[in-house]
Design a protein. Structure first.
Length: 228
């Protein structure tokens, strides 16, 4: 007797309830219940978006699943707020999977319709250039801060809670004694198409220098405010 066909489903966080009405999707809570009951026979699961690091780790035991990047690469303090996987270098550019936890700070209070909000994609882009810089561009500056000089985002299509990739291209890198300048482009790709593009110019500045500049600017801002 032939075996029954396996069912292929994409696992999506429960907060994407409108998207979960689409055939071929299954809520994270339903998968957790089946994992706890040992009832996953006949399933081929693919990790979508909105899943916790803990659930991704459980899924990875049976089906390949992306994992969030380490906290130190993304400059976040809570794992639920890490939105990308660890970047890799591919043909002169860099790639990182989108790995959204539905509890993250950019989704927990703003989620409408079926798509991922633009604000979440821009934060994922920021985490991408931060992680790539930390991993692949040792500057010798010691502790340093990221300072954005210019930022432009364009959105071409909805990004849904499905697998997606961020590609990162360094257009120009200007090293220096106390700071490094970068001109870069991040593209959010889903189903083979570019859905969003974020172009940024930022500096990586030695922490001692930027702390001094910020403190002086803060004192001046208070004085200007008091003068009315």
């Amino acid at each position: 007797m032939s075996k029954p066909p396996r069912e292929s489903l994409i696992v999506v966080g429960d907060r994407f309830e409108e998207f979960l009405r689409n055939p071929g999707t299954i809520a994270a809570s339903a998968v957790l219940a089946r994992l706890e009951a040992g009832d996953t026979g006949g399933l081929d699961l693919m990790a979508g978006q909105g899943l916790s690091a803990e659930l991704l780790a459980e899924l990875d035991k049976q089906w390949p699943a992306q994992r969030p990047a380490p906290l130190e690469l993304t400059h976040k303090q809570r794992m639920k707020n890490v939105m990308v996987g660890e970047p890799t270098r591919v043909d002169g550019r860099y790639e990182a999977p989108l790995v959204l936890d539905e509890r993250c700070e950019t989704l927990e209070d703003h989620l409408t319709g079926q798509h991922i909000p633009a604000i979440a994609l821009t934060e994922a882009a920021r985490q991408t250039w931060t992680a790539v810089t930390e991993k692949f561009f040792p500057t010798g500056l010691g502790p340093a801060r990221f300072v954005i000089d210019d930022f432009h985002a364009s959105f071409h299509a909805f990004v849904f809670p499905l697998p997606a990739t961020l590609t990162y291209e360094v257009v120009e890198h200007e090293p220096g004694a106390v700071q490094h300048r970068f001109h870069s482009v991040v593209r959010v790709r889903q189903s083979g198409a570019v859905a969003a593009q974020i172009e940024v110019r930022f500096r990586l500045v030695a922490e001692k220098l930027v702390d001094k500049q910020e403190a002086m600017a803060a004192r001046q801002a208070v004085a200007d405010c008091l003068r009315g």
